[in-house]
Design a protein. Structure first.
Length: 435
């Protein structure tokens, strides 16, 4: 059995300025139920903007990891995510009163101390893990990340930070395993920047509140106005960052990660590859589950009938938040007679229709006692990624973005194994059901 999931016992807050924006901000950590995951919430916008800490919500930024939901973002989450990963916290709500997490001392130690003060508590659910099944390699120039299968159940990072023998950093090697004491050997390691890089950032209006003693600013002689916490503090901080970025997978990892001069962008690239592997493993397991709704139960909710009922079964429903369904694609499908006789390919519009039908089943959980019916209103960001052919099994996923009095937004995707076949954001109009 896997170990139990964890959350915190009671809420706790930390305050400080953002490393880049210099914005005064408070982050309040609150307990969350099993299966909730890590979710950041902006509380300063007049409305609560929720952003799950998943790689799908990462937005491109230099030198940091940031999440986005529409036009709203939360910057520099990696030190907080590293603390959560290092302490084994699975479920938590992080309410933030501004656009960037507090930078504190540039490490994760103050986050760790606050979370330990809040107390950790086990929950009645097992932790979820990705077990790396085959090697994955991603590169960006000379920077490299490799994920490899484990020898047992361990998770280990080996980092080679090689900036050459010139300068204050040189070459540093460090190895970390999840059984090691994160609090003492990783959490205190601070973010670092070369003096000329710090000056360039200040010229762009970033980090104006910082003095050299507040973070690890390095010149040719080493740290300015401060001392090393570790002789190899730079590589330890790189591992700290990588641990935080890997937690954007949404679960733990069993395997080995070997890094050479990687940064946040390459870390995110690896997590996206690992996510494809995780999806394939989950889809394989889900396809063997007994249905939550079989086709007879589906037909009681949806008005669709042959040949337009495109969800064979629902295998998972998480309240009105998320649903997973199955569409088995057979050569006997009516549309294959003309699309196309020599090369049968499922029409993309029908893949989108299948995702919309699953979304309708998901929204029906919320609309069950409201007298409302969900009608398709619009589709955005529709992308068809791979052809779907006879013999494929489409694993459909629908995740609620928000539901208002008159509209519902759902994010959908369709997978074949570990490959994304289609994705879309579908909007529904909620009308009175006159049936």
């Amino acid at each position: 059995m896997n170990p139990s999931q964890k959350t915190i016992l009671h809420e706790v807050s930390v305050s400080g300025r953002g490393l880049f924006t210099s914005e005064e901000v408070t982050a309040t950590f609150r307990p969350a139920p099993p299966g909730h995951g890590v979710v950041f919430v902006r509380t300063d916008l007049g409305r609560a903007v929720r952003i799950p800490a998943l790689v799908s919500n990462i937005t491109k930024r230099a030198r940091r990891s940031s999440l986005r939901n529409g036009a709203d973002s939360i910057e520099t989450i990696e030190h907080c995510m590293s603390a959560l990963h290092g302490l084994g916290i699975d479920n938590i709500i992080v309410e933030v009163s501004g656009g960037e997490m507090p930078g504190l001392d540039g490490s994760a130690i103050l986050y760790v101390k606050a979370l330990q003060e809040a107390g950790l508590v086990e929950q009645p659910a097992e932790k979820q893990f990705l077990r790396i099944s085959e090697p994955i390699e991603v590169r960006d120039g000379t920077s490299t990340l490799i994920a490899a299968p484990p020898d047992g159940d361990e998770f280990q990072i080996l980092y080679n930070l090689d900036y050459g023998m010139q300068g204050p950093i040189g070459r540093q090697l460090f190895s970390f395993s999840m059984g090691d004491d994160y609090t003492s050997i990783l959490a205190p390691a601070r973010t670092f920047v070369l003096k000329q890089e710090a000056e360039a950032l200040r010229q762009r209006g970033l980090g104006l509140h910082l003095k050299p003693a507040d973070v690890l600013v390095l010149d040719s002689n080493g740290p300015i106005d401060t001392e090393w916490r570790f002789a190899d503090e730079c590589v330890r901080h790189k591992v700290l960052d990588l641990l935080g970025d890997l937690y954007l997978l949404g679960c733990g990892i069993r395997g080995k990660v070997i890094a050479y001069r990687s940064g946040h962008a390459l870390n995110h690239m690896l997590v996206r590859r690992l996510l494809s592997m995780l999806d394939a493993q989950r889809n394989k397991a889900l396809s063997l589950l007994d249905p939550v709704m079989d086709v007879r139960a589906i037909a009681k909710v949806l008005p669709h009938r042959y040949p337009m009922l495109l969800v064979d079964r629902v295998i998972e429903i998480d309240a009105d938040r998320r649903a997973v369904g199955i569409k088995n694609v057979s050569i006997n499908e009516q549309f294959f007679q003309g699309h196309y006789p020599g090369t049968p390919v499922m029409p993309g519009v029908l893949i989108v229709e299948a995702m919309a039908q699953l979304s309708g089943l998901l929204l029906s959980r919320k609309l069950e006692h409201t007298g409302k019916l969900a009608l398709l209103l619009s589709m955005d960001k529709v992308k068809l990624r791979r052809p779907v052919v006879p013999g494929d099994q489409l694993v459909l996923e629908a995740q609620t973005i928000r539901v208002k009095a008159r509209t519902g937004h759902v994010r959908c995707r369709a997978m074949v194994g570990d490959q994304l076949a289609a994705e879309a954001i579908i909007k529904f109009m909620l009308v009175d059901d006159e049936a």
